[in-house]
Design a protein around this ligand. Structure first.
Ligand code: ZN
Length: 274
């Protein structure tokens, strides 16, 4: 089974998360498959724009914390080498290594992909799913899309890629974190988090129409424009903010491990859903 599918339509590469039976929960196999697919799209001169999609009813329910394919203790062929392999390490050393590599580090690298990336979001886009949508340059959401970061239920102050204040503004970021509640596509649009909200049956056509319009622009100019906005976003504190919050995130994991013996405070996917 392939966790990620890849196809090229015109000048647009479509990278699709392909675990619909688990609402595209991201295990490490999927993360490394995404990394490989993005690399392929960047290296293909015929590809101008990348669309990131989720197969089935939902974009992504988040990181895999309970499917049979959960693979936290598995090593993968690591091409970028952001940190040492977490397998065989203990405690915070293992957690920090794994999350630096597959969560924060990968997401940051994907944000810097030198071609425009559009997230095409339907249904659930939760926690780790939000991270993937946020690293994309544009987000097109179906009317049925909903978003949430409920990890405070685990005592953790938000997902690893802590873009919340920049994506939502401080006020909504706090509400989303404090309540763990879902917010819909319309609210996300009003907050400036998504670019378009379209009927579900128009999601694919709208996204590809947008992709093809962008694809007509000069390739190098697009890459520079992307970098320009990203650099300014980092001047607005996003990168350094994320670095400092990653420490708080790991303080919470360590606190959970110290007090309950489990870095996720004993909550799996089913418990989180309730
Ligand atoms: Zn974490």
């Amino acid at each position: 089974m392939s966790e990620v599918s890849y196809e090229v339509r015109g000048s647009t590469a479509v990278v699709t998360m392909n675990r619909p039976e688990y609402r595209n929960a991201q295990n490490s196999a999927m993360t490394y498959a995404l990394d490989a697919a993005f690399t392929r799209a960047v290296d293909d001169d015929a590809v101008a724009v990348i669309v990131l999609a989720g197969a089935g009813e939902h974009f992504s329910a988040g990181h895999d914390i309970g499917s049979p394919g959960r693979d936290v203790d598995t090593s993968f062929d690591r091409t970028a080498v952001l940190w040492w392999d977490h397998v065989g390490k203990a405690g915070a050393d293992a957690r920090y290594a794994r999350e630096m590599e597959v969560y924060l580090g990968m997401c940051r690298r994907w944000r810097e992909i030198p071609k425009p990336v559009i997230a095409m979001v339907q249904g659930a886009c939760i926690a780790g799913g939000l991270m993937l949508a946020w690293v994309c340059d544009l987000i097109v959401a179906a009317e049925d899309a909903f978003f949430a970061d409920p990890v405070l239920k685990m005592g953790i102050p938000g997902v690893e890629y802590f873009a919340h204040p920049w994506m939502l503004g401080p006020r909504l970021a706090k509400e989303v974190l404090f309540t763990g509640d879902r917010f819909g596509a319309r609210r996300a649009y009003e907050a400036g988090m998504v670019n378009r909200v379209v009927p579900r049956d128009e999601l694919t056509a709208s996204t590809f129409a947008l992709a093809e319009r962008i694809a007509a622009m000069p390739r190098f100019g697009l890459a520079l424009a992307k970098r320009a906005v990203n650099q300014c976003e980092d001047q607005m504190g996003m990168r350094s903010g994320m670095d400092s919050v990653f420490g708080l995130h790991h303080l919470a994991h360590a606190h959970n491990a110290e007090t309950s013996g489990d870095s996720l405070a004993g909550l799996d996917a089913r418990a989180m859903k309730q």
